[in-house]
Design a protein around this ligand. Sequence first.
Ligand SMILES: Cc1ncc(C[n+]2csc(CCOP(=O)(O)OP(=O)(O)O)c2C)c(N)n1
Length: 686
Amino acid sequence: MTSSITLAPTLAPPALDELCINTLRFLAVDMVQKANSGHPGLPMGSAAMAYALWDRSLKFNPRDPLWPDRDRFILSAGHGCALLYALLHVTGFDLPLEELKRFRQWGSRTPGHPEYRKTPGVEATTGPLGQGLADGVGMAIAEVALAARFNRPGHTIVDHYTYVLVSDGDLEEGISSEAGSDAGHLRLGKLIVLYANNHITIEGSTELAFTEDRMARFAAFGWHVQRVERSNDVDAVASALKAAREEQDRPSLIMVRTHIGFGSPHKQDTAAAHGEPLGLEEVRLTKEGMGWPVNPTFHIPEEVLEHFRGAVARGSTAQADWKRRLKAFTEEHPDVAAEFERVTRGQLPKGWDSDLPTFTLADGPMATRIASGKTIQVLGARLPEMMGGSADLDPSTHTHIAGAGNFEPENWAGRNMHFGIREHAMGAILNGMALHRGLIPYGGTFLIFSDYMRPPMRLAAMNGLPVIYVFTHDSIAMGEDGPTHQPVEQLVGLRSIPGMVVLRPADANETVAAWRIAIEREEGPVALVLTRQGLPVLDLGHYPGIPAGVPLGGYVLADPSPGTPPDVILIATGSEVHLALEGREHLARDGVFARVVSMPSTNIFSMQPQNYRDTVVPPGIPLLVIEAGASLGWRSYVGPQISVIGVDSFGASAPGPIVMEHYGFTVENVCKQAHQVLEQAREKKP
Ligand SMILES: Cc1ncc(C[n+]2csc(CCOP(=O)(O)OP(=O)(O)O)c2C)c(N)n1
């Protein structure tokens, strides 16, 4: 597929090219010098190739940074962001020169690494090396998926490229192999990666730690690979980019030999150029050596600005052309066009939740992963934008949408993704899909392996991305596989990520309510934490509070008779809610009246007003928490005066019920501990 828009930038004469490139270089140098902090080397070395891309082929409109059919550009080597900010300023994005002068300062739009939503034109938060490359794979996946869904014969409305600029560090990180392998396998021909191959990392030469043949590596992944020896040869980079665009069946890697700190007499090609200001004297020498005025700083020659700002007219023309085509498409396919608009805006269709299941006692016992799988079938049928899969664990995670086909090169319209055993890349690919917009991405694995995808989960939360994780086998109760597979500290770890919502439903009906929250949440990721083992169904006839209670994070599931204050409150999540309910009955026989609070989401509960939380967990009543995970955290969720039946060591290999018994998850222990907290409370009373 080739772009239906032919962009015809006015080629600058070579001398103007050089002026433009040097402007980018010295804007970056001045930004870092003024901030007295940052990374000048990569911008100085990569300015020419970035110029070749931004000036000659990138499709974007600085006046509408979110135009859906723009090309995406991700600076995976986020530390080099001074280059990106310089590009955004000169091409006419809403990023005034003043902001460049406030690089890395409090409240500026030019933070130390690119932050999504903070700076117009920044497509992704990058900084942890390797993430941006995998984000790009996710964006390229979204592009082909949406093209397959919406383009019609004679109407191409989704047609853009994804470009990523990577450094040595990006390619050293393991995630680059996971994502690179997946992209090659999927034959993502519209993904193009520019590699700033400058032979330098922080500790010195790449010879210290990175000697494999990168071209051969990516070729082996199934990529189209090219080499450009002279990074300042704009024409050579531009023609490599053209060849990359023409290659439709394979992603492209263009390895460009760049020179870190290019032009700096004492620092070029050394690690000293990587992550600190050049220093005033070296800045002076560099500028003089390249015929650049030492003062004023932040100098942008008029003709340079005029040339770069051509991007505004070019972008408006390209977007206007797209709008014309969208209009023709809308006239011929009004329903499809309305759907396109809906999904790109991230809106849910009317009635999306009308078929959501309700489970009854007759359905149980049922593992929450099974209930989740059943819910996914219903949601998948109602929400064609739902797309996801599992890291080779679908038979366990139940993440497959029946009848939705596999997403593969022969079928870009398929919605079931096979990420392979690549959790780290899966997390970042989901981020890229969410960043692209138009899809509801989800991915599944065992809760224990969420550890393998924590960096992109953290970025999903930081970016505020609506990504859904389906984590099954959620406790030591998963049994025989033993401690390596039994999560302990993962729950508290996930809950501690700011902006992450973790939901551990207690049964099939809470699972449906949890999925509803996940689908509706726009402002950040949701982790669904699900059991392997079957659980009784909490019949809505007996527990009518579930649908309204789950969205509050925690609610009273069972109480002594109305109006009777409880002697003790048992707070539980997930599978342990049933233990709490059983314990409550046993305690009643001893004349102790217990309230059971189901708390599927401590994060959501913590967000509720204090008066609601006080109605659920009134101060002064003894508390016992029951959760098959690390006890850490519970005091901050519900208060200091609590006891916890938790797991504060690794698990053990044995059948699940036996492991649970040995770790104290029994009715007897619940009763014993409840009596103990009551006793302690009595002793404390004056
Ligand atoms: C995951 C991760 N680990 C470590 C770092 C810290 N770090 C920032 S840049 C860098 C390596 C720099 O080498 P390279 O990627 O070649 O960038 P260049 O020197 O060309 O600027 C490192 C280790 C990071 N940003 N992300």
